[in-house]
Ligand binder design. Structure first.
Ligand code: HPA
Length: 290
């Protein structure tokens, strides 16, 4: 990470710190069509991305471009309504800037959501899938570049990319609420094209259950910083070649919208359980002034 990146994160943190009513403990990134969750936060305070230094307004429909601060049963939450992606031409450092800034504000758990194409033939559109692991197939990594020992190790451990404890919390909540769910491995591709049928077969052979164009960079950057990471994919469509139809972003948004209420109910049950259990290396090693 070069010093310019560090300066940018510092500017975001300074800006938010002056504005926000409280420092969040849990951050949620809401994927395509999934921004609707944010309206269920209590004591809401929102800031459009345009006002935040180095934030980008997402160019993709279904990503609103606002950060909301609010509470769920007293837990302080930051919810990002939409993200910007690598395929939009942003650098990996830019894609993970919100993750790094939120860690610096004290967030200990990052809850990632996304819209994804189903690869596993047992999946269907509308399924909610707990992310158990991922394959980074983006051809890049947010930690590429100069070592930043104050942020985390040069070679971060990725043996538990998605917290087992959080997966257990998600499963217990889903069972209590009788919400059907699946578990799977997310393949993160660069996009922006949807996959070809041959690529979908390849991804299945490689062990992917679902595929998308986000999540992996945030997960890597968050693990580097010592955060706990968890995630849910919303299967908005079966990936190319599985069904006899073409794919488009409208279908992705429509399916996401149809599942958002169930997802919201699930998340509202889970968030109060995400209290910080174990001491994390961050922010004691946080290089940013606070
Ligand atoms: N492929 C990649 N990304 C996606 C898909 C898909 O089929 N659906 C939603 N995001």
């Amino acid at each position: 990470m070069n010093s310019k990146v560090l300066e940018e994160i510092q500017e975001v943190v300074d800006f938010l710190d002056k504005k926000i009513p409280f420092r969040p403990e849990v951050a949620i990134i809401l994927g395509s069509g999934l921004g609707g969750f944010a309206s269920s936060l209590k004591e809401q305070f929102s800031i459009p991305y345009q006002e935040i230094p180095h934030f980008h307004s997402p160019s993709v429909e279904g990503h609103e471009g606002k950060i909301l601060f609010g509470k769920v049963d007293g837990i302080k939450v930051a919810a990002l309504q939409g993200r910007w992606h690598y395929y939009e031409g942003h650098s990996m450092d830019s894609v993970v800037l919100p993750t790094r800034a939120l860690a610096s504000l004290g967030v200990h758990t990052l809850f990632l959501t996304n819209a994804a194409g189903g690869i596993n033939l047992k999946f269907q559109a509308g399924d909610l899938v707990i992310i158990e692991d991922h394959l980074n197939l983006m051809g890049d990594n947010p930690l590429t570049g100069k070592d930043s020992p104050l942020f985390g190790p040069r070679f971060p451990d990725m043996s538990e990319p998605y917290s087992h404890e959080c997966i257990q919390i998600l499963e217990t909540a889903a069972q209590k609420l009788k919400i059907p769910y699946k578990k799977g491995v997310y393949g993160g591709l660069r996009g922006p094209t949807y996959e070809t049928p041959a690529e979908v077969k390849m991804l299945r052979t490689l062990g992917c259950d679902m595929v998308g164009m986000s999540t992996v960079p945030e997960s890597i950057a968050a693990k580097h910083l010592g955060m706990r990471v968890m995630g849910i994919s919303c299967i908005t469509n079966m990936a190319a070649g599985i069904e006899k139809k073409t794919l488009d972003h409208k279908e992705v948004q429509e399916t996401a919208n149809s599942i958002i209420q169930v997802l919201t109910t699930w998340m509202l049950e889970v968030i109060p359980k995400l209290t910080k259990e174990s001491p994390l290396s961050f922010p004691s090693t946080n290089p940013l002034k606070r």
